[in-house]
Each structure stands twice: as structure tokens, then as C-alpha cells.
Design a binder for this molecule. Structure first.
Ligand SMILES: Cc1ncc(C[n+]2csc(CCOP(=O)(O)OP(=O)(O)O)c2C)c(N)n1
Ligand SMILES: [Mg+2]
Length: 320
């Protein structure tokens, strides 16, 4: 994919991200995890997927992946609205699993999917996005080892954004590198400049090709930065310096890509992003509440007695 196209996607992600924060401030969204600064890592990697056969497993901060994969953004952001179990988009059709708020949670899911793809010989690969903090979860180590043993078609894409809420990478990642761990699992590992969208795109394409061709898993560690707060209820001023924030703001992936593009391409992308933002905002605000009854549906195939008791109590409380 060309830089101009990746730029357009990154800018949509940036502007929707800003809009989501504004909607949270207006009370329309209960909470949101901003991804400002990580557009190149997310868009560059997601744009490398083959949506006819690959599948992606994101966490809570991966709006840029949803944008690059062409997911219905009203349906995607409905997850943050908390109106239903996960978003209101179709994960199967879009190839993007509902995002996971469990740190490290999507990683074993991707490995399980990759095991299925290998057994069924589909030729598809899985990708999962997770953070530097998530990389120290047991689930992530077990997943990498399992994928290494079975040589599964999966790309472990770590967005090292410097922080796990208020804990810096150096207190989270022993040995200093997530990519270096890959060697211990007998798989490929590499670090990329996570703010260089073309470099991320190329590295991910290579890793996905290798996975699809039986070459096994890859760990990619994209070095980037979370420019904004951890979430709309976080104040980063309490744990990091303004100098650090300013130094990284200068490496902004969008400004960096814009410097390499003609001014009219940049202006046209801005107009396009503004249009998308209007549509998404109108769509989100028009969403109706889902029936409360759905709180109890789809939890188990056969509802448990405890769940049925809760459902009854809930109904009685409405009648009271
Ligand atoms: C299993 C689990 N433990 C703790 C939390 C609380 N929590 C939410 S985000 C977060 C930090 C994750 O940091 P990182 O993996 O670097 O991702 P980032 O938020 O920086 O994108 C923590 C501890 C959680 N959601 N799930
Ligand atoms: Mg992090």
C-alpha cells in the first residue's frame, strides 16, 4: 500500500480518536482509551492483512486497526458505549475480533485461531496487538511458546508505547526488549520504528507472508509512544514529564508522513477525515438503547440457574 493511502487511514484514526474523547467529555461515551501517537503502528500493520483469509485480535486501544480494516466504526465504537456484548459490527465478516479489555487477553485467542488455520490448512494468518505491559503476562509467554512449538501462522505485534498506565517499560520488560524474547521461543523477532508507517507495513507484510507460507510465528515490537492519557480517566502528568511528552510529540507519525506527501494529498485527507467523523458521530448519537433483556442472552448457550435467578430479580426490580 502507498504512503498516501496509509496517511489517509492514519488521519481518519486520529480524527475519530479526538472525536471519541470529545464525546466522552460530553457524556456520550462512558470511557475511552486514546491511541494518539500509535496510528502508524496500528494502521501500518493492519493494512498488511489479507481480509479474505487472515484474522485479527485487538485490545482496547486499537481503533487504528479497525479503521485500516474497514470495520464499521459506529459498530466498533458502540463497544465503548457499552450498549451490548462487544461492538455492533460483524467480527466474522470484518475479520476483527471484538476488542479485549483483558491485558494480554487477545494473544492466546490469536494462537488458538492460528492452530485452527493450520489444522484446516486455510493459508490464513492471525495477528494480535498487545502492549509492552501485556508482554509480561503469563498468557503472552505461554502463547509464544505454544506457537513456537507448533510453528503456527501468527504475528505477535507488540506496541511498545513506553507505558503500562503509570509503569514505564523499563520496570515492565526485563531484559529491555520484547522482540529479543522471540529467540527463546525459537521464532523470529524484530524491532521496528513504530512511528514509521511504511517500515511497520513492510515488517508486518513480511511476517504475515512467512506465517502463511509455513515459516512460523514472528514477534514484532513497534517502538512508539502513547501521546495522550492511558484512558479518559487518567492524568499522565502524575507519572511522566512534559519534556518526555514533548520529545515524542515531535516524532508524531502523522506529521512525519505528511512531510513526505504533496500538500494537496494532505488537505484532501483532512477533508475526507472530517466527513468520516461527521458520519460516525451522527451514527453513534442515533444508536438506540438495546433491550435490557440482552444482558442475559448469549452469556451461555444454556443459561445457568444463577443467571436465570438474576434475570428474574432484574425483571422484578423493573416491575417494582
Ligand atoms: C489482566 C488485566 N490486568 C490488569 C488490567 C488493568 N489494566 C488495564 S490496561 C493496563 C496496562 C496495560 O499496558 P500495556 O499492555 O502496555 O498497554 P497500553 O495500555 O499501554 O496500550 C492495566 C494494568 C487489565 N485490564 N487486565
Ligand atoms: Mg503500553
Amino acid at each position: 500500500m502507498e504512503l498516501s493511502e496509509l496517511y489517509r487511514l492514519m488521519l481518519v484514526a486520529r480524527r475519530i480518536d479526538e472525536e471519541a474523547i470529545a464525546l466522552q467529555r460530553q457524556g456520550a461515551l462512558p470511557g475511552y482509551a486514546p491511541m494518539k501517537g500509535q496510528e502508524a503502528a496500528q494502521v501500518g500493520s493492519a493494512a498488511a492483512l489479507d481480509l479474505t483469509r487472515d484474522f485479527a485480535f485487538p485490545n482496547y486501544r486499537d481503533l487504528g486497526a479497525a479503521v485500516a480494516m474497514g470495520v464499521d466504526l459506529v459498530g466498533y465504537l458502540a463497544t465503548h458505549l457499552g450498549v451490548w456484548h462487544g461492538g455492533l459490527y460483524d467480527p466474522r465478516a470484518s475479520r476483527l475480533a471484538p476488542f479485549n479489555a483483558v491485558v494480554g487477553g487477545p494473544v492466546p485467542h490469536a494462537v488458538g485461531w492460528a492452530m485452527g488455520a493450520k489444522l484446516d490448512d486455510t493459508g490464513g494468518a492471525a495477528i494480535t496487538w498487545f502492549g509492552d505491559g501485556a508482554s509480561s503476562q503469563g498468557d503472552v509467554h505461554e502463547s509464544m511458546n505454544f506457537a513456537g512449538v507448533y510453528r503456527l501462522p501468527v504475528v505477535f505485534f507488540c506496541q511498545n508505547n513506553g507505558w503500562a498506565i503509570s509503569v514505564p517499560t523499563e520496570r515492565q520488560v526485563a531484559g529491555g526488549s520484547v522482540a529479543a524474547r522471540a529467540a527463546g521461543y525459537g521464532i523470529e523477532g524484530r524491532q521496528v520504528d513504530g512511528n514509521d508507517v511504511m517500515a511497520v507495513h513492510e515488517a508486518t507484510r513480511e511476517a504475515l507472508d512467512r506465517a502463511r507460507n509455513g515459516g512460523g510465528p514472528t514477534v514484532i515490537e513497534a517502538m512508539t509512544y502513547r501521546i495522550g492519557p492511558h484512558s479518559t480517566s487518567d492524568d499522565p502528568g502524575r507519572y511522566r514529564t512534559l519534556e518526555e511528552e514533548q520529545a515524542w510529540a515531535e516524532k508524531d507519525p502523522i506529521a512525519r508522513a505528511a512531510r513526505e506527501l504533496p500538500a494537496e494529498t494532505v488537505a484532501e485527507a483532512e477533508e475526507h477525515a472530517a466527513r468520516v467523523v461527521r458520519e460516525v458521530r451522527d451514527g453513534l448519537l442515533a444508536l438506540e438503547q438495546r433491550p435490557g433483556e440482552e444482558l442475559f442472552s448469549f452469556v451461555y448457550r444454556e443459561p445457568t440457574k444463577a443467571l436465570l435467578d438474576q434475570q428474574r430479580a432484574w425483571k422484578e426490580s423493573l416491575d417494582a
